[in-house]
Design a protein around this ligand. Sequence first.
Ligand SMILES: [Zn+2]
Length: 308
Amino acid sequence: MKVHALIRVAACAVSLHAGLSFAASGTSDAAASANAQPSYSTASDQIRFGNAALFRNLIPSATLEQQSADEYAQILGEARRTKHLLADDNPLVKRAREIANREIPFALKWNDRSKNWKWEINVVRSDEIRMYCLPGGKIVIYSGLIDRLRLNDNELGMMIGHEIAHALREHARDRLGRQQAAQLSTGTIPPLFGFADISSTPLGIGEQLLAMRYTPADETEADVIGSEIASRAGYDPRAAITLWQKIDSRTRRTPNGFIWMHPYGAARVHDLMKRLPDMMPLYAKAIGKTVDQLPNYAGMGRFKKPRL
Ligand SMILES: [Zn+2]
């Protein structure tokens, strides 16, 4: 069954590759220029962003979700075997699950399939600074992310929101579709995420996997949608600024590190700041305050409403 699905994907990529390569580069350019001023609206209290990419259609959602579920089971099995899987009653696990479970109800509107996802959240003991939400809603957090960066709940909320947003918008499916089109001879879908070294035995390392990197357009989309989800769940959107500063300073020198996978620079900081006026009212409402009542956060000063 799985083999047939993979063959179908490969065949599909063969027939569409020539036609799509031009269209995709056009789309990419369009996305890059649109990135400066993406369309969104708060008029209906609903922030909008982006369009589905062409390449993700090369791999059916159901195929990728099944593959991700298999990979998730492997990652958990290996972590359990090597005693790296934190137990359900571990405080880090409880904390991560509470935050994610507060956010998930606000995530579902961004992807119809996500209403049927079997969401799961687990934490693996590791020095790695890393987390991901696999297609299908399987979330893995490496404890180094929380411990080494000393993330507060607002920062962890923004982090989980960002990763959920990548899954909702199927960015990995898009990236994989591009790889599939470019590497037709392999005939398999490479493992996506399971390459973090949680023990002496690395999990599923592959060249294609290590080459996976989100685009700046993906990052902006995940920032906007993730921040919206987390703000509605009651996490301070200003925490995204301190979160990404911490990640950048601690993983910049790591080959294929977390910040490499999630490209970060002055433009992203600027975009994060620019979105705050949209996000702060959502956050204030979620915690039963007005924007003017919100306290200072991390030396950024009290939030001032822009003059209209
Ligand atoms: Zn990202």
